[in-house]
Design a protein around this ligand. Structure first.
Ligand SMILES: [Zn+2]
Length: 325
């Protein structure tokens, strides 16, 4: 009898909570600090949506700086990337709930960088399968992963706090992975180490939408530290755009022109890489190489403070390679 009453009470409470989530009044009784940043889904095709993080530093806008996507089918939702705090992911979930009550079945993670992953626990706790690129385990098992989370618990408090945790994937992808959900065909394409230790894209066949993660940055300086710039440029150069009608980058607006969308990131990578390669080859010290380059195209863009770090990272990598030859 007692158990029945408890069960009934729990049932009523759950119904109330779900009603709150569906009504958009989601902050009642949740474990996550509320967030006040504006977030509106943009529909790019029949099933495919994304939310766009504003350009800023990792701690501006309560940690909202990267994009996340979601694909709505009759049988459930596939999410692409989970944003930089559990609070943001919970807000994303409430936006998904305004469109569908179907469960979030899978989360495809483009790569394990702080601005895309601290929201994962929200979806994991709902039972979603977390799908990561091969290579992400290098990051997850590194001291950097723990150190970065600790740093964000301070710089993004209270949105990232002691309850925020690193989520281990349920599955690593090291070869193309196809699946169907609700009559929609998905392809997860692993890219090896390009922008990070491991990267992957998600193609939604019926929608002709490609979610590319941080292979493409729009409207801000790309983050190059930790990348393999040569592989990154090669992937952009060989990207087969024939069946892509919409491309959703990891940062910045979606585009209906894949070639145009990747042009800025590719040009920037070439600018940094080719000039640093030239300097290393001619034994020009970094400071001199950096100072004599014309940065005028890039120095006024959001995240321009990354220019020097990007160039230094590429310079050191090329220098190490040249010494090793
Ligand atoms: Zn990012």
């Amino acid at each position: 009898m007692v158990f029945n009453r408890i069960g009934l009470f729990a049932g009523i409470l759950m119904t109330m909570l779900l009603a709150d989530v569906n009504a958009g009044n989601i902050w009642t009784d949740t474990a996550y600090e509320s967030t006040s940043v504006p977030m509106e889904p943009v529909q790019v095709a029949a099933h495919s949506y994304y939310v766009q993080g504003p350009a800023g530093t990792p701690t501006d806008n309560e940690g909202f700086m990267s994009n996340a996507g979601f694909v709505v089918t009759d049988e459930g939702v596939v999410v692409f990337d989970a944003l930089g705090t559990p609070s943001l992911a919970y807000l994303l979930l409430s936006k998904i709930r305004e469109i569908t009550s179907r469960p979030v079945v899978k989360v495809v993670v483009s790569h394990y960088h702080a601005d895309h992953i601290y929201g994962l626990q929200v979806f994991k706790d709902l039972g979603a399968e977390i799908i990561a690129p091969a290579g992400a385990s290098d990051y997850l098992n590194s001291p950097t992963a723990k150190g970065r989370l600790q740093q964000r618990r301070e710089s993004l408090f209270p949105w990232v706090d002691e309850k925020t945790r690193l989520i281990m994937p349920d599955r690593y992808i090291d070869e193309p992975y196809y699946f169907q959900l609700g009559g929609v065909d998905f392809l997860v394409q692993p890219l090896g180490s390009t922008h990070s230790e491991g990267d992957q894209t998600l193609f939604v066949k019926q929608d002709h939408v490609l979610y590319v993660g941080d292979l493409i940055f729009e409207g801000r300086i790309p983050f190059v530290a930790g990348a393999q710039p040569e592989q990154w440029m090669a992937h952009l150069e060989k990207l087969d755009a024939t069946s892509i009608e919409h491309i959703v980058p990891g940062h910045g607006p979606a585009s209906n022109d894949p070639r145009k969308a990747l042009a800025f990131t590719l040009e920037y990578l070439h600018f940094v890489h080719d000039n640093m390669a030239n300097a290393v080859e001619n034994l020009v010290p970094f400071d001199e190489a950096y100072a004599t380059l014309d940065w005028s195209r890039y120095e006024k863009m959001p995240a321009a403070q990354a220019n020097r770090m990007n160039a230094y990272y590429v310079y050191l990598g090329l220098e190490a390679a040249s010494v090793g030859e």
